[in-house]
Design a protein around this ligand. Structure first.
Ligand code: ADP
Ligand code: ADP
Length: 237
């Protein structure tokens, strides 16, 4: 379970990106965070894994207070938080398998570190996850040989392979055509069920959010202005 309590972020520029966001995300629910550009969606996600330092407030993941952790403890805790990015953030010249396996190492800044021998259980898990995302048989292709939709599947596989307690996806469909966007949302919904973890997805296409999410968080000017189930909401509203 992820809990944010009065999460606040003021950038050094004075921009108040989050004004005090309190919410709880639990079970295997799919939560879509919607709101106009500049609302604070991306800041919210980056604060949770502390790629951005929150100014104030608390973040708890399964009882552990992330905001109280030191830098090295936080590094370890990031293993529990899977991240999916708009631009995939793959290493284009490495293979699908190498990109996926990098998830087993957590954040990697030196890509040479990936040219190592991974334990068999890591490789086995990677093959399982590649099957889940529909890329079995593609493991030896280079990332730069893939379509956008396939690259995003690799990005999702890299996040899932680390066996996270929660998945955070920052605009995962914004670089994709409508067909691939639907496929990625459907895949994320499958993963929430299969891995039994909650997923928070930043998305600006409201119809996609209503179709695939269980719940919507509406952010405006850094403030949570809506928090409710998608049941009964009109996809075309
Ligand atoms: P969204 O993801 O909803 O588009 P962001 O979280 O990217 O919103 O941005 C929220 C606000 O914080 C905006 O006013 C934006 O200009 C500001 N902001 C985002 N990142 C930074 C940064 N690194 N430095 C200063 N201001 C930032
Ligand atoms: P390099 O040192 O090769 O330039 P960087 O550390 O700058 O690589 O990372 C390049 C991009 O990949 C960045 O956008 C970074 O956020 C992303 N990145 C790095 N490691 C990971 C990882 N383990 N999972 C997801 N994205 C990552």
């Amino acid at each position: 379970m992820l809990e944010t309590i009065d999460l606040r972020k003021v950038y050094p520029t004075g921009d108040e990106a989050l004004t005090g966001v309190s919410t709880t995300v639990d079970g295997n629910e799919i939560v879509a965070m919607i709101g106009p550009s500049g609302a604070g969606k991306s800041t919210f996600i980056r604060c949770i894994n502390r790629l951005t330092e929150p100014t104030d407030g608390e973040i708890r993941l399964d009882g552990s207070e992330l905001t109280a952790l030191g830098e090295s403890e936080m590094k370890a805790a990031r293993r529990n938080i899977g991240m999916v990015f708009q631009e995939y953030n793959l290493v284009e010249r490495l293979t699908v398998m190498e990109n996926v396996l990098s998830g087993r190492l957590g954040y990697v800044s030196n890509w040479a570190a990936l040219r190592r021998k991974f334990p068999p259980e890591d490789v086995e898990r990677a093959y399982d996850v590649l099957e889940t995302v529909g890329l079995d048989g593609m493991e030896n292709k280079r990332a730069d040989e893939l379509s956008g939709g396939q690259r995003q599947r690799v990005g999702i596989a890299r996040a899932v392979v680390q066996e996270p307690k929660i998945l955070l996806a920052d605009e995962p469909t914004s670089s994709l055509d409508p067909e691939s966007s639907h496929a990625v949302m459907e895949l994320l919904a499958d993963i929430a069920a299969e891995e039994d973890i909650p997923i928070i997805i930043n998305i600006h296409e409201v119809p996609l959010a209503v179709e695939y999410a269980d719940r919507i968080l509406g952010l405006h000017d850094g403030e949570l202005v809506f928090d409710g189930p998608t049941d009964g909401l009109d996809e075309n509203a």
